[in-house]
Structure formats: C-alpha cells, structure tokens
Write a protein that binds this ligand. Sequence first.
Ligand code: NAP
Length: 310
Amino acid sequence: MPDPAARPDDLRTAHPDSASEAGPKAAVMGWPVDHSRSPIIHRHWLRDLGLAGDYERLAIAPDDISDLKSILLDHGYVGGNITIPHKEAAFRLADHVDPVARDLGAANTLWFEAGRLCATNTDGYGFLANLDDRVPGWAAAPGKAVVLGAGGAARAVIWALLQRNFDPVIVVNRTLEKAEVLADLFGPRLVATPLADFAAAQRGAGFLVNTTSLGMHGASEFDLPLGGMEEDAVVTDIVYTPLETGLLRQAASRCLRTADGLGMLLHQAVPGFEKWFGRRPEVTARLRQILVDDLDPKTVEETQNRETRA
Ligand code: NAP
C-alpha cells in the first residue's frame, strides 16, 4: 500500500466508521470528490449485508487521470465509481467498455476482469430504476418527452428515455449547439430546441426532466412556467439538493406526478456494488432516509462544525 502522504494528488479521505480493512475495496474517484455521498451508500450496504470490504473517496487531479489503471492497482481497488470531471477520460482509458458506456462516451463504473479494466455507465439505469420505483407505470404509454439540459447527465437520461421508446425527445438547452450535438449523436427521435422555445416544447408532452443544474442549492432557480403538458404527465428532476426543487414544487401544484432525483443516485450504485462485492444490494426506504438526513442543511452544518472543531 503506497504512503498517501508521498502522493500530493492523493487526497483519500479516511473515515472513522470505515467498514473493514479486510475484503475488497472500491472507491469513488473525481476532482473534487469530498462531496460524494457514494461512501455512505456502499458502506451501508456492506454493513447491512455483513460483508467485509470498504469503499473510499479518492481525489484524482485532471493531470493524473491518465494513470487511472495504475492508481486503482496501487491502492488495491477492485474497481470504483467515476464522477465529474473524469467520466469521459475513464471511458477512454478502460481496456473494455460495454455497449452502454460506448453509446454515452462516458463511464461511471469500473471493475477488473482478468486484469482488464472494464467500464460501464449506470446513470441511465439509475434514472429508470428510480422512476420505476417512485412512479410505477410512468413509461406505459411513451410519447413526447422533454429533457432540459444537454450536459453529461442529459446524455444518460436521453439514452434511458430512448430505451423506453419515448418519441420524440425534445432536448431544450440554453446553448442550442450542445443540444444539436446530442441530436446528431442519438438520431432522428431527438429534436434540439433553444430554451426560449420551452413553452412550445412542453405542449402535449407526457414527461419532463430537468438535467441542468438549475434549482440546485447555490445555483439559479428554475423559473420557467409549466403549462400545456398532458394531464397525467410525469415531471422529475435529477437535482437532489434540495430534494424538492422549484420545478417539482411547480409540477406538484399543477397536480402532475413527480419524482425527485435522489433515487437515481441510489439506484445507479447497485450494479457497481454487485460487481465489486458479489451481492446485489437493495435500495430501501431506510437507505433513502439515511441520505435524506445527510442532505439536510442542518446536518451538513453540524458535520462541518464537528470537522472544524476536530
Ligand atoms: P454539465 O455537464 O455541466 O451540464 C450542465 C447543464 O446545465 C447544461 O445543459 C447547461 O447549459 C445547463 N445550465 C447550467 N446553468 C444554467 C443556467 N443558468 N440556465 C440554463 N441552463 C443552465 O452538468 P451535468 O453533469 O450534466 O449535471 C447536471 C446536474 O445533474 C447537476 O446538478 C448534477 O448534480 C445532477 N446530477 C444528478 C445525478 C443523480 O444521480 N441524481 C447524476 C448526475 C448529475 P449550457 O449547455 O447552456 O451550459
């Protein structure tokens, strides 16, 4: 095991409730990575299933990401999750990528198979599993869907909506060119639209999802009016801080069905855990509540105060 102090790029955070030194170890890797809730999820499952192993945070600076495979091997990781800004790099650096990661050009889950670094992308899976769980029947009659945003997360969401046969998928973005890139990538079922045409875009839609950072704590609020969607339309937001975004509040006030974005985070973690630790974990109400408590601004403030005093 290398000495972390010897590597200025290694900002791995030791955790007081670390599960165990024995057993397989995985990590979430990004830059920065301190905000990641993934260790809470995976350590909960390890404890719940009585499995030996651990899941850590590892900060990897952009200059070091080209060494991804050797970084994993040096730390003895059996794999891990990749978060911003390394998802595209992880896709390029893996020895083998599955068809989903290939479709998206980005990877968020890595594991080793016969010495080869393998990669997939579970964001789209997490998005679908959350909606299946929270809004049963949400895709029973897939018609027109609207996707706000054309960033990294939008790709996975669009991929997922196409899997469930939504048609057309209107991609509304502040920067039209980025939506057009996605339309070229995913084909004729996609229509790129500027934000100024949001009102027309949502007319007759049965599904709307926000994949922009609008509505997130610290970002601007989503302040465009909803209107003209189908009566039983479903509205979801992949932003989960806060859990109830302005968009979801507005949708609920119009009696539309809604789902928040926390379940996407929880469900996207399932396939990775199964690869690394050998058991398929469950997303339970108890795990969701643990995350909800952790996201509570009061809890965040108390944790920060504790860390400052320590
Ligand atoms: P990204 O690649 O940086 O894309 C950001 C998107 O937001 C772009 O479409 C951008 O439009 C748009 N945007 C930003 N500020 C805007 C503004 N003021 N007005 C209008 N549009 C604005 O980010 P990402 O990785 O896709 O992530 C987006 C959000 O999804 C984040 O809040 C992230 O936390 C969340 N997320 C959640 C999950 C989950 O598991 N629930 C998973 C992944 C991401 P332009 O193209 O015009 O810049």
